[in-house]
Design a protein around this ligand. Structure first.
Ligand SMILES: [Zn+2]
Length: 166
């Protein structure tokens, strides 16, 4: 990220990026809808207000902006106010982890999709992987009829999703 903005300008810019229904979320929602998956969006009563909730599949999806949520793959801390941004992003990451942990404990599978994974060049592969993950979770959940609370917990305790690059 180039650093041509004043802190005030950057703040305004980031506030806009953070707004609801930002583009990456829309890409995933529209695609899910076309594919026939039904979901709720911005579910406030769940930890972290997940962007997408597929109740039938016990899956919540977060679409994370790479800067705000500190995507390790290409993390560039601005050169001015470095300490401020580093702390802020670190706090965001810790909060994300806590919320994910709480969701796991509640029996949800958590899928994190990064903004950069929805760039046109990689988008179709990402969407295909999301679909695979949804169906895979669903089959596990249905598996052999032992859909007990214990089973829910063990599903939730599965290794991290393919999207957790961290
Ligand atoms: Zn990224």
């Amino acid at each position: 990220m180039t650093d041509v903005l004043t802190p005030q300008q950057r703040h305004r810019c980031m506030s806009r990026i953070r707004a609801k229904d930002t583009k990456p979320e829309l890409i995933v929602r529209r695609w899910l809808w076309r594919k026939g998956y039904r979901f709720r969006k911005n579910v406030k009563r769940l930890p972290g207000t997940p962007d997408i909730v597929l109740r039938k599949y016990s899956i919540v999806i977060f679409i994370h902006g790479c800067f705000w949520h500190g995507h390790e793959e290409h993390l560039h801390i601005p050169k001015s106010n470095t300490e401020f941004w580093r702390n802020k992003i670190e706090r965001n990451k810790q909060r994300d982890e806590r919320q994910k942990e709480r969701l796991h404990q509640m029996g949800w599978n958590v899928l994190t999709v990064w903004e950069c994974q929805l760039k046109p060049s990689v988008r179709s592969r990402t969407l295909a992987t999301i679909e695979y993950y949804i169906n895979h979770s669903y089959l596990l959940k249905q598996g052999n009829g032992y859909e007990t609370p214990d089973q829910q917990t063990s599903i939730a305790a599965e290794p991290q999703s393919p999207y957790d690059v961290t």
